[in-house]
Design a protein around this ligand. Structure first.
Ligand SMILES: Nc1ncnc2c1ncn2[C@@H]1O[C@H](COP(=O)(O)OP(=O)(O)OP(=O)(O)O)[C@@H](O)[C@H]1O
Ligand SMILES: [Mg+2]
Length: 390
């Protein structure tokens, strides 16, 4: 209801003098008034104006005030209706209270009595609104509580599955260390070397999992520093290369004009890109249509932004998966994935004021494109993952 409607009172009386006197008094009190001379016209005006308060004569030719009161209450129970009664109308007045009239005032109208009745009506309106506000905030609180419960429940489930994943990784670490020690005992240095490599890879995976969980538990401020783009690119390849080697996957790098520097949190940006590259590796390994696969890592450096494009020819994704990849805990890898990777990558890229877009089709591979402004501007609070036309 707008302000004008809030201040509007509908006056209903067949006597023009009474309507006029009432209108003058009410306008003096700051109200806007509309008038009607009988019950039928009054109901029409009521439907046009939706006034919160109606003052009506209890007895009128052609339809009495009580009939009007009932129709108005039926239309909107929250309307406050004050009845004007004459001598000998006591029974009618009592009946009107039964139909939830707010109050009644007697003719000749006394301004003080009118003011008291209006105050009661306004108090009832204010009280009802407060109650509605309380109910709304209670409903909101209840909704938030349910969401929090769901979140905790899914977090509990996830912690369970992450612990399982961690247990698996620790077993594989044990296996690597066993190879190292048995290789050393038997002076089989190749065996020891293999064990060492397996252990290093597992440690790297445990580190990523722990970092992801830490980041998820508490979003941290970025620690930006100027980074040479070529150094960053070299580090990125150094970290991902061991995962790619020996999988029958070729990593093809094209770093165009990466001479400049960028102002980023290198650790977190690297972790985000490593996750995208690891996903690309997983997608290639899952695809058995071809014996070998290729991942293209392109980095282009323009005046104000740097674009990382990671394309694989792996299994690809349908539209529904593309829409969900950045959602918390979305994973199709069972115990091998936490579903935190792209959620966090999206958040980190958003914190850098950048964007991440994905384009993919089942059987045709995927492309992830990450754009990062090279220099520190305003912090972009909302990560902006969007679909990308491949
Ligand atoms: N290049 C890709 N090709 C096909 N599917 C992909 C690709 N990248 C991501 N996905 C899908 O998106 C899901 C979510 O990826 P995300 O990195 O968030 O989690 P995850 O890799 O399953 O687990 P983790 O948290 O350990 O990274 C993956 O499980 C996979 O189904
Ligand atoms: Mg991942």
């Amino acid at each position: 209801m707008n302000d004008i409607n809030d201040k509007t009172i509908l006056i209903v009386d067949d006597e023009p003098d009474i309507r006029e006197v009432l209108a003058i008094s009410l306008q003096d009190m700051g109200y806007r008034t509309v008038e009607a001379e009988n019950a039928a016209m009054a109901f029409d005006r009521f439907q046009e104006e939706h006034p919160p308060i109606v003052i009506t004569d209890i007895k009128m030719p052609g339809g009495d005030g009580i009939g009007l009161l009932r129709k108005i209450k039926h239309e909107n129970t929250e309307t406050e209706v004050i009845m004007i009664t004459g001598h000998g109308d006591m029974n009618l007045a009592i009946r009107s209270l039964k139909y939830e009239a707010t109050d009644f005032i007697t003719k000749p109208i006394n301004v003080d009595a009118l003011e008291i009745a209006l105050r009661r009506a306004r108090e009832k309106i204010a009280m009802r609104r407060k109650l509605q506000d309380y109910t709304r905030s209670l409903e909101q609180l209840l909704k938030e509580k349910t969401e929090l419960q769901d979140h905790l429940a899914s977090l509990g489930l996830r912690i369970g599955s992450v612990s399982h994943g961690m247990k698996g990784l620790l077993t594989s670490l044990d296996g690597g260390l066993y190879l190292v020690s048995s290789g050393l005992n038997k002076k089989d240095y190749q065996r020891a070397e293999e064990g060492c490599q397996a252990a290093q890879e597992t440690v790297q995976r445990i580190r990523k999992m722990v970092l992801d969980i830490l980041y998820y538990a508490k979003e941290r401020e970025l620690k930006r520093a100027p980074v040479r783009i070529s150094d960053f690119a070299e580090d990125l390849v150094r970290v991902i290369q061991p995962r790619i080697d020996g999988c029958g996957i070729r990593l093809v790098c094209d770093f165009d004009k990466t001479e400049g520097t960028m102002q980023v949190d290198a650790d977190y940006l690297q972790a985000a890109l490593v996750n995208i590259l690891e996903n690309a590796v997983d997608a290639c390994l899952k695809d058995h249509r071809m014996p070998t696969h290729q991942i293209d890592l392109n980095i282009t450096d323009s005046d104000d932004e740097i674009v990382f494009s990671i394309a694989d020819d792996g299994i690809g994704m349908d539209k529904d998966s593309c829409d969900r990849v950045f959602s918390l805990f979305y994973s199709t890898k069972g115990r091998r994935g936490t579903g935190l990777g792209l959620f966090i990558a999206n958040r980190v890229i958003g914190q850098h004021g950048g964007t991440i877009k994905v384009a993919s089709k089942p059987g045709e591979g995927s492309v992830f494109r990450v754009r990062i402004p090279k220099h520190h501007l305003e912090r972009n609070p909302e990560p902006a993952a969007q679909p990308l036309k491949k």
